[in-house]
Design a binder for this molecule. Structure first.
Ligand SMILES: [Fe+2]
Ligand SMILES: [Fe+2]
Length: 180
């Protein structure tokens, strides 16, 4: 089962385990995992995989890297979970600012929002905080793992099937199809 498929479970312990999250990390992000804005990303495509999978991977790596560089783990994990919200409304270089404004509206701290804005560096602005740098690295690693995951499951056909399903449910993709 993928990270995203387990979203919304009422059994928090099961849901935490299925996502492979530690108790400590889960406690810091539990509210976001059940927020409707995050849950919507289960139906969106990103790097050919489910966007919620990418966000969870990014948050997971950010959480692990943060301890090594003495960054704020809560800030890094929450920024990881939110950093690509509504990314298709922007470009490669400016969608961080869009996601940060969404995070701000959700009530996230200035530190979380400031870490999200430059996550596409070197495309766009450079991070100004340790947490911002953590997210830059975590997002790059997650993107590589997303691609490896997609390629690894090409053999079984699961990747193409999932991509087809996500293309059918992704509201941004549907709008692009309708516009053409
Ligand atoms: Fe991004
Ligand atoms: Fe990302």
């Amino acid at each position: 089962m993928s990270f995203g498929e387990s979203m919304g479970s009422k059994n928090d312990e099961l849901s935490r385990r299925l996502r492979g999250l530690s108790h400590a990390m889960y406690a810091e992000v539990q509210d976001l995992l059940h927020h409707p804005t995050f849950l919507e990303t289960r139906w969106e495509i990103h790097h050919n995989v489910c966007k919620s999978d990418h966000l969870l991977r990014s948050a997971h790596y950010a959480w692990m890297i943060a301890v090594a560089v003495r960054a704020n783990r809560r800030t890094c994990a929450r920024a990881g979970l939110l950093h690509d919200l509504h990314s298709r409304l922007g470009t490669w270089s400016n969608h961080g600012a869009i996601a940060a404004s969404v995070a701000s509206r959700l009530g996230e701290s200035k530190d979380v929002c400031e870490a999200i804005v430059p996550h596409m560096y070197p495309l766009g602005p450079a991070p100004k905080s340790r947490e911002g740098w953590v997210l830059v690295v975590a997002d790059k690693i997650a993107s590589v793992v997303d691609t490896l995951h997609f390629v690894a499951h090409l053999i079984t056909g699961k990747s193409l099937q999932k991509r087809k399903e996500l293309r059918a449910t992704d509201k941004y993709m549907q709008r692009e199809v309708a516009a053409n």
